[in-house]
Design a protein. Structure first.
Length: 266
């Protein structure tokens, strides 16, 4: 299911919060040949669920803090807000177009569309979930294959719901129970997106200790991120020592090293 659009100017009253961890790393500035110090590990939370920015290939993209400003990937966040995002290399301009403007450009009239609230009602009825029990993450107008649709995503308890609903007819085009760009909150035990549960996770500091014990002294951790791989939760770590890069995956429950890789820069 295509994933775009949920914030649209924050007009739905959804609240965006950012939590920053204290991991300091080196990163190359995109438009300058100098090294800057940034704080990685920044997370974006929406109505209790963690939004995961991804690039066009589906890979997770880092959010970081530099000099008191939070930097986010424009395409991921722009599309999450229901905008079409493109880049004009000739003028070096990032171009954002809102969903209503896209409708006009495609010769469509939004006056014939059902409302976002009606799309929510349709999704809730199909899921058999009461409105009072649902936490909505988005109900946003978007385009897919030249047709207008509402992308509706919400969770209830530990169950995720994702719907594409025709903006004209109200017909459900597709639905599933996997929120690709969100991780919903859990209580007590750690629960997977596949519906399973597991014990509590080790801390990121412990994961770093495990990785650092496997490499030469003087090695620095430049990335430590909690993620999912083949149905289990792992810490993905990147470490640097001069021209050598070490990559680790560490089981978040047991602390076992799942995989390791060493890369030497030319």
């Amino acid at each position: 299911m295509k994933k775009t659009g949920f914030w649209r100017g924050f007009g739905l009253g959804l609240i965006l919060t950012v939590a920053v961890t204290a991991l300091s790393v080196s990163a190359m500035a995109a438009t300058a040949s100098r090294t800057i110090q940034v704080e990685e590990g920044v997370q974006i939370s929406l109505n209790g669920a963690t939004f995961v920015p991804r690039d066009a290939k589906g890979n997770e993209v880092s959010v970081f803090l530099y000099n008191g400003t939070t930097y986010v990937p424009l395409r991921a966040v722009g599309e999450a807000m229901g905008m079409d995002v493109s880049y004009d290399s000739a003028t070096k301009t990032a171009i954002l177009v809102t969903a209503d403007k896209s409708a006009v450009q495609q010769g469509s009239s939004t006056s014939s569309y059902i409302s976002a609230e009606r799309a929510k009602e349709i999704a809730l009825a199909d899921a058999g979930v009461k409105a009072a029990d649902a936490v909505f993450l988005r109900a946003q107008l978007d385009w897919d294959d030249g047709r207008a649709e509402y992308e509706v995503e919400f969770y209830s308890g530990n169950v995720e719901y994702d719907y594409d609903i025709d903006a004209v007819t109200g017909a459900i085009r597709s639905s599933d129970r996997d929120l690709e760009n969100f991780r919903i909150p859990t209580t007590g035990t750690t629960q997977t997106n596949q519906g399973g549960t597991s014990g509590s996770t080790i801390s990121s500091e412990r994961a770093k200790e495990i990785a650092l014990a496997e490499v030469p002294g003087g090695t620095t951790v430049v990335k430590c991120q909690l993620d999912w791989d083949d149905g289990r939760q792992v810490y993905e770590l990147e470490l640097r020592n001069g021209r050598t890069e070490y990559d680790f995956e560490i089981d978040a429950q047991t602390g076992d090293i799942v995989s390791r890789d060493v890369d030497y820069d030319d």
